[in-house]
Design a protein around this ligand. Structure first.
Ligand SMILES: [Zn+2]
Length: 330
């Protein structure tokens, strides 16, 4: 008899220096195979926690067959080189995020920041973000990750873990190459769909269209795939993915209206100026936010402006060589 069941163990990995409580790492065991979905952040306590959890399941790190990263962010995949030191699993990541980690991450961050500078972010803030960004603090780990033998995932790829076959859905938005894994109506959603917080949707210079446009399309695509239950990158299990998707779609519609509402007829305003006026779902006003949260807020403002531009609501102009945005009167 074939046993089609699989076991999922959630591990809450610590996030030192990041303003979130923890990231979820999932151990998936099916048949005689083990996969880790998002191994977490590089930190000795996290590696020890992973080893202890595996031990309690009568497993060990050197038995891991596959490590799958939902996206390239520091909190999700930087434990990978440590796992590579102890075992020889196959490593997987979305192909567009692979492009980012296979290049110099500092250059990637710098080119993202020049887009933000072009959108009015002051030079001092750009420098502070570059200095304090978690990606920079883990630069050495990303250099190690470049040399790992990553297998690239794209839309429709399949990954077999024991008796289950996960279907890969490419869901750009939070990152250009974010992927989710689906099987038996459940999905490991990474940061594409989170239960409590709305995922940050920043504009990356590598993207052709607005990241918000990509994200809205990805949410609709996830809805159409008929998955019900979600295992997210942060927070508890999501019992109804369709209702959470509807909330997220509504959130972005409201934010698009909010941006339009903050713009005055005949006035040309920068994304940085708008980012200071938007009501962010954080306890602090923009001025008191950490440089990393300011980075998120500015990126999210740009991606919404790009979406409004694509839909003929705003147009871009220039003010002292800086991009500013104007309402298009109906
Ligand atoms: Zn993320």
């Amino acid at each position: 008899m074939i046993d089609l069941s699989f076991e999922i163990r959630r591990i809450k990995m610590a996030l030192p220096g990041i303003e979130l409580d923890y990231v979820n790492s999932y151990v998936v065991k099916s048949g005689d195979e083990i996969a880790i979905i998002d191994d977490g952040m590089y930190f000795l306590d996290n590696l020890r926690l992973l080893m202890r959890e595996l031990k309690s399941m009568n497993l060990s790190v050197n038995k891991i067959d596959k490590v799958i990263g939902t996206h390239f962010h520091v909190d999700h995949i930087t434990l990978t080189p440590a796992i590579n030191d102890l075992a020889s699993p196959e490593f997987y990541i979305g192909e567009k995020d692979y492009k980012i980690i296979s290049n110099d991450v500092e250059k990637f961050l710098s080119s993202t920041l020049s887009l933000y500078a072009q959108n009015g972010t002051p030079k001092e803030l750009v420098e502070r973000i570059l200095k304090e960004h978690p990606l920079m603090r883990n630069k050495r780990i990303y250099e190690e990750m470049r040399n790992l033998d990553w297998r690239k995932l794209s839309d429709g790829s399949e990954i077999k873990v024991g008796d289950i076959i996960f279907k890969v859905l490419e869901v750009p938005g939070h990152t250009p190459g974010h992927v989710i894994l689906e099987a038996n109506e459940i999905a490991f959603t990474g940061d594409h769909i989170l239960p409590k917080i709305t995922p940050n949707i920043p504009q990356y210079p590598v993207e052709e269209k607005s990241a918000v446009t990509y994200y809205i399309n990805s949410l609709v695509k996830t809805m159409e795939s008929k998955v019900t239950k979600g295992y997210p990158g942060h927070g508890d299990q999501i019992d109804s993915l369709p209702s959470r998707i509807n909330q997220l779609l509504q959130h972005h519609n409201e934010r698009l209206s909010e941006v339009l509402g903050l713009m005055k007829k005949d006035e040309c305003v920068t994304a940085f100026e708008l980012a200071q006026k938007i009501k962010w779902n954080l306890s602090k006003p923009f001025a008191d936010m950490s440089s990393t949260n300011k980075f998120f807020a500015i990126g999210e403002t740009i991606s919404h402006l790009y979406n409004l531009e694509e839909n003929g609501k705003v147009e871009r102009k220039e003010r002292d060589n800086i991009t500013c945005w104007k309402l298009i009167s109906p």
